[in-house]
Design a protein around this ligand. Structure first.
Ligand code: SAH
Ligand code: ZN
Ligand code: ZN
Ligand code: ZN
Ligand code: ZN
Length: 514
């Protein structure tokens, strides 16, 4: 089952395309122009940005693969291809598709569940369920025998997570977070869940349905072909969430449409946990298409309603996500993952997860577990982290990362506990920052807590990058911050080293891809 497009490729960087090459999504010069196709569906238009400036010549590249090793599609926007090259590309795209059709997968699955337990085998090497006639082709492979129905219902535990691949970046929910989500969906009264890139949540919902009276359906949309072995057509579609592409064509799209529009669109929610290295803009574009599909099924007097959404993403993307979805707010709940050491729950000295839920459901409807360290703030009318204190000056519980933040009267807002106000930069920053130095901060907005590739203000303006350039110039004048009062130079640099150690972990936290 090793389709060429699903081959593992070793990870090399963090935040994907943007991090390695400074590339951003662009709008086509001709809005009617059709994007050329790669094996992952329509490609996206990108523009290279160096030193804050956009290069003139734009190009099409794969929407899904942030590593050229996974998909090397490249075409200049203004490039004209010969008929022969177009034909060769078409043939190549065909060859890259999985060896089995969706229908074949379903037929195999139906046969598999009819087999006696002793004949039900799974090849770990090929990540494939085996029928008796397949056995010959898997000599010397690592086989798992006696695959039970329970195991079949939990494919995310049978398959290995594709974690080293920029393309898939599979980070599976820890049981606690997955159970929390499933319970929450049920408490909120949803009857259908469109799971976009959440295979583990999908299977938990279905397991619960089987086990209890809970009346919830789930449809999984995911790019990982391996899941098509475990589900019928009505519960899994192979899908690319960066370009809204259904790999199995119109039939699959109709499955999704029917799911969203069932009961006139009542009782459905979309839950998505995209790879964090991906660009927010194409994801937002896709989600708007799914929203539109849902809306088509609404009666006209419901036109003000929104499709309920949970978008699971790191907190530092808050402004970026809210730019596209102004009605979304970020919950304090920290989403934990199984296979990422850094993304475990913050209690008992472990690293706190930066991953949050963004939603258009009013936060006062969402109860967070007090036993995991959340409390209700009656002023904000929402659950917050225990350490997130209500600031009377901001009139809100301001912490984003679960730690206690402090109000700065000069900045007129709350800031991270590790920050102090810098009178040179005229805002709060880490004590060891080099003043206005772009090296330590973001080239686009000058923010000191992230680099340009994770900039929440990325598309906002050229003004900010001009400001960043100015800051850079100022930096070259070598203004250094004085050590804090009572601190010797040595102490200051020791703190700096310590902080830098921490700062080094921080970018790693930004991206579960690595
Ligand atoms: N926490 C989730 C998994 C999130 S990992 C859970 O436990 O259920 C990201 C998921 O998105 C993976 O399942 C991966 O296969 C899928 N994915 C990655 N790129 C995708 C793309 N371009 N389109 C659709 N799904 C994608
Ligand atoms: Zn591709
Ligand atoms: Zn509050
Ligand atoms: Zn404040
Ligand atoms: Zn300040």
């Amino acid at each position: 089952m090793a389709a060429p497009t699903l081959e593992p490729v070793e990870e090399e960087g963090c935040a994907g395309r943007t991090a390695t090459s400074g590339v951003e999504a662009a709008l086509p010069s001709d809005p009617a122009a059709l994007a050329p196709l790669c094996p992952h569906g329509p490609t996206l238009l990108f523009v290279k940005v160096s030193q804050g400036k956009e290069e003139a010549r734009r190009f099409y590249a794969c929407s899904a693969c942030r590593d050229r090793k996974d998909c090397n599609f490249f075409q200049w926007e203004d490039e004209k291809l010969s008929e022969a090259r177009l034909a060769a590309r078409e043939a190549y795209n065909q060859r890259c598709q999985p060896p089995l059709s969706r229908t074949q997968c379903v037929q195999r699955y139906l046969r598999f569940i009819e087999l006696p337990l002793t004949q039900r085998k799974f090849c770990r090497s090929c990540q494939q369920l085996l029928l008796p006639e397949d056995l010959g082709g898997h000599g010397g492979h690592q086989l798992l025998a006696d695959i039970s129905i329970t195991q079949l219902r939990r494919p995310s535990q049978l398959l290995y997570p594709l974690e080293n691949k920029k393309t898939n970046a599979q980070y599976l929910f820890a049981d606690r977070s997955c159970q929390f989500l499933a319970d929450l969906l049920s408490i909120l009264g949803f009857r259908r869940v469109l799971c976009v890139g959440t295979p583990r949540l999908h299977e938990l919902i279905r397991l619960t349905v089987a086990g209890e009276k809970a009346n919830m359906k789930s449809l999984l949309l995911d790019i990982d072909f391996r899941y098509s072995q475990f589900y019928l057509e009505d519960s899994f579609c192979r899908y690319n969430m960066f370009n809204h592409h259904f790999f199995d064509g119109k039939a699959a799209l109709e499955v999704c449409r029917a799911f969203l529009q069932e009961e006139k669109g009542e009782g459905v929610i979309m839950v998505t946990d995209p790879p964090f290295g991906g660009l927010v803009e194409p994801l937002a574009t896709t989600f708007k298409k799914l929203i539109a599909m849902w809306k088509e099924g609404q009666s006209r007097d419901d036109s003000h309603k929104e499709l309920p959404i949970f978008w699971i993403f790191p907190y530092f993307f808050e402004s970026r996500i809210c730019q596209f979805f102004p009605s979304f707010c970020m919950l304090d709940y920290q989403v934990d993952y199984d296979n990422h050491a850094l993304y475990k729950h913050g209690k008992r000295g472990r690293k706190q997860s930066p991953v949050r839920i963004f939603t258009n459901i009013p936060p006062n409807k969402i109860i967070l577990p007090t036993e995991e360290g959340y409390r209700f703030c009656s002023l904000c009318q929402r659950y917050v982290s225990l350490e997130n204190r209500h600031c009377e000056h901001c009139n809100s519980c301001t912490s984003k990362d679960g730690r206690k933040w402090n109000h700065c009267f000069l900045c007129n807002k709350c800031v991270k506990p590790s920050w102090i106000h810098c009178s040179i930069c005229n805002h709060c920053a880490l004590p060891d920052h080099s003043c206005a130095g772009p090296k330590e901060g973001c080239f686009i907005c000058g923010g000191l807590d992230h680099k340009r590739n994770a900039c929440p203000n990325s598309a906002t303006s050229k003004r900010t990058s001009r400001a960043a350039r100015k800051q850079k110039q100022r930096k070259s004048n070598k203004i250094k911050m004085e050590p804090t009062k009572g601190q010797s130079m040595n102490q200051a640099s020791a703190t700096r080293r310590k902080k830098r150690g921490r700062a080094h972990q921080y970018p790693a936290l930004k991206c579960p891809v690595t």
